[in-house]
Design a protein around this ligand. Sequence first.
Ligand code: OGA
Ligand code: MN
Length: 225
Amino acid sequence: MNQLSNFPTYSRHNDSTEFLRQSIVKDIEEKGYSVNPFSLPLELADSLLTRALNLPKEIYQPAGVGRQSGLEVNHFVRNDNIAWIAGEHEIEGAWLAFTDALMQDLNRSLYLGLRSFESHFAIYPEKHFYKRHLDAFKGASNRKVSIVAYLNHQWDTSDGGELVLYNNCDDVCGLKIQPTFATLVVFLSEEFPHEVLPATRERISIAGWYSVVDKKISTLFVDHH
Ligand code: OGA
Ligand code: MN
């Protein structure tokens, strides 16, 4: 049985998000990144938020830092808690249907050769952060495209918690992006250093990566924590 069949509205995502997906593809082609405030289908964003909040607390683990083999938890670099999205729940399936449709579009238009996708919920408690980093180093990783979705209702500029996206390694100004509800950010993993600034309240996001090799979350991340 199609796992989305109980959620008729979700099965229409591929159509309802077509405009969004096309504008992401165009942005990536023209400037390598794409910022889309309030753009995820609202019911999808709301369901993902409910899912993130309803997952048992013990599913969330301190996030690791580093290459896949030598991943370690370093609280000076990042101190968010993460829960990998496996796609078994229908809401997660709907998210993966959307990210898969975007992958097809990116491949079709930009020949990126993306083959797999992995993503996790991330909860940053008040004052927590993720220091400036690149999601992938050229030649050292298979991650090519990063995607971040924000699930924070009524986020105020004074709440902080911005994603700062730097144009290149020399850029110290960066572009500040508020983690407001249903905002979607996509960028080339090897090109844009970025960081998460501390917030005055809990901050919830989904971070994901498209890769040019086949991956299975269950085997890849089994010994990360
Ligand atoms: C990451 C990341 C950004 C964010 O998890 O690699 O950069 O805004 N997240 O949550
Ligand atoms: Mn990152």
